[in-house]
Design a protein around this ligand. Structure first.
Ligand code: ADP
Length: 431
C-alpha cells in the first residue's frame, strides 16, 4: 500500500516533469522534478517531525493527524494507542476492584517486602494493628508490632500456624504470615476476641451443667447406697425415697429448662402471624401464681385489655410464667405479688411486682446469665434451676420484647417485659 502510494506520488511528479521537459527542454523538466521531489521530502519531514514530537511526549488521544500515506500510518498508531489505553484502563479497574475487595475483608491484610517493610495494608489491618494512615508505609513491621510472641514468630521460619497476641485488654488477634511472589509476605490478622469468648462461655456452660447435675446425682447415689446397705424401717425408707424423688425431680427440671433453652436457640424467628389473647394469658398466669403461692401471698391482677400479642404462645407463657414464679418464690409469705398489663402508643408492658427479698444492684445485670443466682441455697430450696430468667430474656427477645429489672433489697422487685407496638393487635373492647 505504502509502496503503491509512493509510486503513485512519484508518477504524479514525473508526468508534469516529463511534459515540461518535452515542451520547454530537458533542463526545465529536471527542474520541475527536483522542485516536486523537494516538496515531497519537505512534506514527509514535516509529518516525521510531528510524529517524533508526539512520541517524545505521547499524550493520550493526541496522536497527530496526517494525509495520504501518513494518514494510514498515523491512523494505525492512533488505534494502537487507543487499544493500549483501553487495556490499561481495564487493568487499573481490575486492580482497583481487587483493592476494594481486600479493603472489604473482615480480616486485616498487610503486604510486606523481602525486608519486612510495609508496602500496603487494608483498613481492617490499620484498625486492628493500630497503624497510622499512610505514615507507616515503608516502616519495618517489627517496629510497629513489638509483641515478643510476634517478633519470635517473624524471625522463625515456621509460619504455618498463626500466632496469637493481645492488643490491649479487649482485643485478641491471630496473626499469620504467608509468603508469596519472589520474597514478599502477606500478614493476615484476625480478631479472635469473640471466638475466644464464645469458647470460654461454652466451656463454662458445660462445666456449670455438669456441676448442677452432679450435686443432685451425688445425693441420689448416697441415698441409694444407704437404702441398699442399711436395714431401715419402712418409714425411713419412705422418707429416703421421697428425698430421692426430690433430687430426681430437680435434675429433671434442669434438663427440661436446658431443652427449652436449646429449642429457643435453634427455633426459627418467632412468627408474628399467631395471635395470643392477652386477657386469658394474664388470667392463666394469675391462676398459676395462686397455685404456686398456695394462699401464702396476696395476688393482684391489674389492667383491662382486649389486645393480642403476635407470637408463639408456648414461648411467651414460659417467659412470663418464669417472672411470676420467681416473684412468688422470692417473696416471703404475707407479701403481695401484682401482675399488670399497661398499653400505650409505643407498645405494651407486662409487669410482675413483688414485695419480696429484692436484689442488690450489683447482681441485676447478671441475673439473665445461665445458672446465675444471687443466693444458691434459696434458689435450690424453692426448686429453681438458675435458668428461668435466661429463658425469659431469650424468649422475649424473640418477640422483640425487652426485659427490664428494678429492685431494692428488702423491699421488692419489679420485672417488666416491654413489647413494641408492632407486636400487638388491638381488638375493640366489647362492652
Ligand atoms: P432461679 O431458678 O434460681 O430462680 P432465675 O434465672 O429465674 O433462676 O433467677 C436468677 C436469680 O435471680 C435467682 O436465683 C434469684 O437470685 C434472682 N431473682 C429472680 N427473680 C427474683 C425476684 N422476684 N426477687 C428476688 N430475686 C429474684
Amino acid at each position: 500500500m505504502i509502496y503503491r502510494n509512493t509510486l503513485l506520488a512519484l508518477a504524479a511528479l514525473a508526468v508534469p516533469a516529463a511534459f515540461t521537459g518535452l515542451v520547454f527542454g530537458a533542463a526545465w523538466g529536471w527542474g520541475v522534478l527536483a522542485v516536486g521531489l523537494a516538496a515531497l521530502l519537505f512534506w514527509h519531514t514535516r509529518h516525521l517531525s510531528r510524529l517524533h514530537r508526539w512520541l517524545a511526549n505521547p499524550v493520550a488521544g493526541k496522536v497527530p493527524e496526517g494525509r495520504g500515506i501518513w494518514d494510514e500510518v498515523l491512523a494505525a498508531l492512533h488505534r494502537l494507542e487507543r487499544d493500549t489505553a483501553k487495556r490499561e484502563e481495564g487493568l487499573a479497574d481490575a486492580l482497583a476492584r481487587m483493592r476494594r475487595a481486600v479493603q472489604a475483608l473482615p480480616d486485616g491484610v498487610v503486604i510486606l517486602d523481602s525486608a519486612n517493610r510495609i508496602e500496603w495494608y487494608n483498613r481492617t489491618a490499620e484498625a486492628q494493628l493500630g497503624f497510622e494512615g499512610r505514615a507507616d508505609i515503608g516502616q519495618n513491621i517489627a517496629n510497629l508490632l513489638r509483641e515478643p510472641e510476634f517478633i519470635e514468630y517473624l524471625q522463625s521460619s515456621a509460619h504455618e500456624t498463626p500466632v496469637r497476641i493481645d492488643r490491649g485488654q479487649a482485643l485478641a488477634l491471630s496473626l499469620q504470615l504467608i509468603p508469596f511472589g519472589q520474597s514478599q509476605k502477606m500478614l493476615l490478622s484476625r480478631d479472635v476476641t469473640h471466638a475466644e469468648r464464645v469458647d470460654v462461655m461454652r466451656r463454662d456452660f458445660v462445666a456449670n451443667v455438669s456441676h448442677e447435675l452432679r450435686t443432685p446425682l451425688t445425693v441420689l447415689v448416697g441415698f441409694l447406697e444407704t437404702v441398699r446397705e442399711l436395714k431401715l424401717d419402712p418409714q425411713r425408707v419412705r422418707d429416703y425415697l421421697g428425698m430421692m424423688q426430690e433430687q430426681a425431680a430437680r435434675m429433671q427440671r434442669i434438663i427440661d429448662d436446658l431443652l427449652t433453652l436449646s429449642a429457643l436457640d435453634s427455633a426459627p424467628p418467632a412468627t408474628d402471624d399467631l395471635r395470643i389473647a392477652v386477657r386469658p394469658l394474664l388470667q392463666r398466669l394469675g391462676a398459676d401464681a395462686a397455685a404456686l403461692s398456695a394462699g401464702r401471698h396476696v395476688i393482684r391482677l391489674e389492667g383491662e385489655t382486649t389486645s393480642e400479642i403476635l407470637g408463639v404462645e408456648g414461648e411467651l407463657t414460659s417467659a412470663l410464667g418464669n417472672l411470676v414464679s420467681n416473684a412468688i418464690r422470692y417473696t416471703p409469705p404475707g407479701g403481695v405479688v401484682t401482675l399488670s398489663w399497661r398499653e400505650g402508643p409505643d407498645g405494651a408492658r407486662f409487669t410482675v411486682e413483688d414485695t419480696g427479698i429484692g436484689i442488690e444492684a450489683e447482681h441485676i445485670p447478671r441475673l439473665t446469665e445461665r445458672f446465675y443466682r444471687v443466693d444458691r441455697s434459696r434458689s435450690r430450696e424453692t426448686g429453681g434451676t438458675g435458668l428461668g430468667l435466661a429463658i425469659a430474656k431469650h424468649a422475649l427477645a424473640r418477640h422483640d420484647a425487652v426485659l427490664e429489672i428494678q429492685s431494692e433489697p428488702g423491699k421488692g422487685s419489679r420485672f417488666s417485659a416491654r413489647f413494641p407496638a408492632r407486636r400487638l393487635a388491638v381488638q375493640p373492647l366489647v362492652s
